[in-house]
Design a protein around this ligand. Structure first.
Ligand code: SF4
Length: 267
């Protein structure tokens, strides 16, 4: 990826040593994610912390929906192909976001077909409503947040997330397991007792952070997860906060959708 000066509405960022961009045509989030750290402290969403620092962009606080039409066409002005993360300060598919706004954002991603867009949501129930996604859009789902729920509750929620992911029509579906704050392997194994494969093509694993403090997942959680995903042939990308010797930064194969499902202009 070549670094290029981004147009207004897009920000350059660096992720795990790579150039990338973020684009926030919507802002704010009502999910209220929190995680209980192993030392008993509770950490909140990083985006919320940033929003509360930059109050001029978030005058109604973070837990509010902002629609930023002036940023909508920005990716079309970024001429060289780039990886663009959509909604680093929002959940584009949150239940509070008007359908029409989501469709407008998807339409821009479709037209900016030379970029790869990545979205990430904690509300997968809504994702299949937007099938089929443009071919250049990688659709991600995050593992359920802590919200101080016991890990058994999170395991049930994760199983429900997988059911929604199965219905998503996208060239790449990915699961962000960051932070890996409970043992997700039993849930994935349970899924595999009833299905031939996991409903995603790429996985991201990271540790939990609270400010500068980093809390590593239990070693056996990571080891078992890596083994299971390897056995399923799912490429893995480790976030820089994970302390793990056998480093992975693999990328997914593009899934071929039936022609009639493809809306994008990548054919
Ligand atoms: S879904 Fe993402 S942006 Fe929204 S509160 Fe949770 S971590 Fe923050």
């Amino acid at each position: 990826m070549n670094r290029q000066r981004p147009p207004s509405g897009i920000e350059w960022t660096r992720v795990s040593g790579r150039d990338g961009y973020t684009w926030n045509p919507t802002g704010g989030c009502l999910h209220g994610c929190t995680w209980k750290m192993p030392d008993g402290s509770v950490t909140e969403c990083y985006a919320k912390t940033i929003a509360e620092r930059f109050t001029s962009s978030y005058p109604h606080g973070f837990e509010h929906h902002y629609w930023r039409p002036h940023a909508l066409e920005a990716p079309l002005k970024l001429k060289k192909p780039a990886g663009i993360f959509v909604g680093s300060m929002a959940d584009l598919f949150g239940h509070w976001v008007p359908t029409e706004q989501i469709r407008e954002v998807l339409d821009v991603m479709d037209r900016a077909s030379w970029h790869i867009f990545q979205t990430l949501s904690k509300y997968p129930l809504r994702l299949p409503e937007f099938n089929s996604f443009p071919q250049n859009v990688w659709v991600g789902v995050s593992v359920p947040a802590g919200q101080q729920m016991p890990s058994r509750g999170a395991a049930r929620a994760l199983l429900a997330y997988l059911r929604h992911m199965e219905k998503i029509e996208a060239t790449v579906r990915f699961m962000s397991i960051e932070p890996l704050w409970f043992d997700v392997v039993p849930v994935l194994e349970k899924w595999l007792t009833q299905h031939e494969e996991l409903p995603f093509e790429w996985a991201i694993i990271g540790a939990a952070t609270n400010g500068r403090r980093v809390f590593q997942p239990k070693e056996e959680w990571t080891a078992n997860l890596v083994d299971l995903l390897d056995a399923q042939g799912i490429p893995l990308f480790f976030k820089g906060n994970l302390d793990w010797a056998d480093w992975r930064e693999d990328f997914p194969e593009i899934r071929k959708l039936p022609i009639h499902q493809v809306k994008g202009s990548f054919l």
